[in-house]
Write a protein that binds this ligand. Sequence first.
Ligand code: SF4
Length: 164
Amino acid sequence: MTYLAKSPWIIHYDASSCNGCDIEILACLTPMYDVERFGIINTGNPKHADIFVVTGSVNEQNREVILNIYNQMPDPKVAVAVGICATSGGVFRECYNVAGGIDKLIPVDVYVMGCAARPESIIDGIVTALGILEKKRSEGASAPVVTDHHMNKEHHKHAEGGVQ
Ligand code: SF4
C-alpha cells in the first residue's frame, strides 16, 4: 500500500454472528488498535462505504439485507468476511437455516480466519482489502448488481427439508 486517493470507509454488518467477531471489530476502532491511522472510518451508510465487513453467516433472514447493503455501495468496492462463520458458516454451517459463508451470496475479496477473529488479523485483512480496492480503482473495476440467484440452491432444498 503506497498511496490512497481517498480515505477508505467501511460498513460493518453483523449477519447473525454470536457477537464475538463484532467485539473484536469494535476493538479495532479503539485507540489501542486504532484503524483510523489508515484513514478508515466506520460509516452506517452503504452509499459512503468502500469496504463491506461482514461477520456471521448467510441465512434466510439476512440474505436480503446483505444484498441490499452490497448493491448500494458505489464501485469499486471490496468485501471482507471476518471470522470462520462469515468464511464458511463455521459451527453453524449444519443449521437448517444457514446457507454458509458470505461468498454464497456476494463476491468476497478477503477472508479473515479465526473464531473469534483477532484484531490483528482483522486489521491485516482490512489493509489487504485496501490494496485490492486501490487495484480496482486503478482498473476502473465495477461489480455487477448481485441478486438472490447466487444463493446455493442446495441450501434451499436443505432448508425446506429442515423445517418439516
Ligand atoms: S467466528 Fe466464532 S466468534 Fe465469530 S461469529 Fe462465528 S462463532 Fe462467533
